[in-house]
Design a protein. Structure first.
Length: 169
């Protein structure tokens, strides 16, 4: 059976958020056809990203769940400072990060690079920051036929994986 994985910031029967519930519904349905894993944090609360579950592997409704600890909780003060820097771009739905992903990694001018750094800083302050999950993906991505990222907050460190993943998927 082919193995696929969903990457999302939180997962479990007690978590009823939109993206999280959507992920659980899809993962459970696909478990009849694929070996499905969910790669997620130990958090249950998106207001601070504090760890709730123990790290490690468990099974929920025929889906293997790999949980990784959050290394940095939400920094609301820093998030608000960075949000002020990027607010004009939020209103225009004009993220430099998205330009880079959709622009096939082309280089942008210095002003846009500075904007991109502010966006990454904002995303890091927002959390969750989960370097063990990123390391797991870096070391094990080839074990999965496909990876599905269901929410942008968990991929704020995706730039570290772009070179690894873009050629495979």
């Amino acid at each position: 059976m082919k193995k696929i994985a969903f990457v999302i910031q939180q997962y479990g029967t007690a978590i009823c958020g939109g993206a999280e519930l959507h992920c659980r519904m899809i993962a459970e349905r696909l478990s009849a056809y694929y070996e499905v894993e969910v790669l997620t944090t130990c958090s249950i609360d998106a207001t601070d990203w504090a760890d709730h579950y123990a790290p490690g592997e468990s099974v929920i409704n025929q889906v293997t769940v790999r949980r990784f600890p959050v290394a940095q909780k939400r920094d609301t003060l820093a998030m608000n400072v960075h949000e002020k820097k990027i607010r004009p771009h939020l209103d225009k739905s004009n993220f430099s990060i998205l330009k880079r992903f959709t622009g096939l990694f082309k280089k942008y001018a210095t002003k846009e690079d500075q904007q991109e750094k502010a966006e990454w800083d904002w995303m890091l302050a927002q959390g969750p920051y989960c370097p063990q999950l990123i390391s797991y993906l870096r070391e094990n991505h080839q074990d999965y036929q496909r990876l599905f990222f269901l929410h942008i907050s968990i991929i704020q460190r995706l730039r570290e994986l772009i070179l690894i993943l873009r050629d495979q998927y």
